[in-house]
Design a binder for this molecule. Sequence first.
Ligand code: C2O
Ligand code: CU
Ligand code: CU
Length: 467
Amino acid sequence: AATAAHEGHAVPDGAAVPSELMPDTAIPGGMPLRPLVRLPNRSRRSGLFRARLVAAPTVVEMVPGVKTAAWAYNDSLPGPLIDATEGDIVEILFINRLPSATTVHWHGLPVPPDQDGNPSDPVPPGAERLYRFTLPEGSAGTYWYHPHPHGSTPEQVFRGLAGTFIVRSRHDPLAHLPEQHLVISDLRLARNGAIPDNTELDWMNGREGQYVLINGQREPEIRVRGRQRWRVWNACSARYLRLSLGGRPFWLVGTDGGLIGAARRMTELLLAPGERAEWIVDAPDTETKLIALAYDRQKMGDVGPERDIVIATVKGVSGDAGAIPDTLRPVPALGEPASRKRVQFSETMSMENGRHEMKFLVNGKTFDMARIDLVSRRGRIEEWDIVNASHMDHPFHLHGTQFQVVERVRGGRAVPEPFLAWRDTVNLAPEETVRIRVVQAFAGIRMFHCHILEHEGQGMMGQLRVE
Ligand code: C2O
Ligand code: CU
Ligand code: CU
């Protein structure tokens, strides 16, 4: 059981994408954006967040009159929002009513390794377990949770298991702004309403569906009164989101691990699978669109503006434009590293059983739960060179902590990162090296992997042991 369940998938020669797909507009659009369902805190004690989270099969009606069998947390798609505060103790009683083993991984949160839903720590079908951890000071940010079972993360996520987690600071300089939450996910539906299995092509390129949903809705309408703070999650298995508000400027104020030093004006932002961002958005004077601009992940040069996807309509309502402070919060640079590491992502084509198979590798190997790939020391600053020796983009993700990107090296040229930010996921363009600085706070085993879930699922993942 030490090798990934989906290692080495055959390269198809014909059309492997199911032809019997639900039409693109079968899910009705244009409805007002629904707020996320919240996970109620059952504790009366301040400083304690206590709740129950149940993963179970459910039936939803995405297309009117058509039943879709999905898997969900607390029957909610996306899963309920956990909204907690720095310093809180979090106790989640997790109940697995799925027909398979699963885990709950707290993506980006600094939780101890034995509470982080590692693949080596499954919750069997019918079982329950308590996840318990403390949210340290400084951890305010935008996180999410999803299953991380050995070999089947992709299926469990594309059937609907993923939810959001916000950690708040008591000294939040943007607390005066109303918030809007946008969980962007991807869904493929067959014509009969079923969520189909991955094809061989999905295992290679990552799965994309015909629908890009926000909070489970197709092309919702978002109303911005005055000025809003948006938290945006890329919860897609493999889809890159190059987001634009029809060319209008917005402000980037936060990344995965919370606020950056100062707001940065932008007109588009690339969010790789797994990444999150915080924006400040002003009410547009005329209706505008939130667009996922075409993105050429495989650098085949075959992606033009005809591949842009409108994912929401944005309407402005006049109201208060709360001020954006000049400084948001200090992001102190991690100091000189005491040690260095190198992680290389690559792909290889091999001939197996008379078929060509594509394999995705980390430092030349596929995942093995019995193997430790790298060793770190608790509290030590390290610099990691993450090298993409493959021909497509891959988002690198490391568990347990937030890191800082120092520079990116492309074609032999090092470009210093323009601003400091806390991240747990960073995109690697083909032939690019991203240099990060990182410190782990807990001893134990941490995963690092590509966040295209099909790549993770077939073993583009390694284990770090922190001593
Ligand atoms: Cu969101 Cu190991 O993943
Ligand atoms: Cu993670
Ligand atoms: Cu990948």
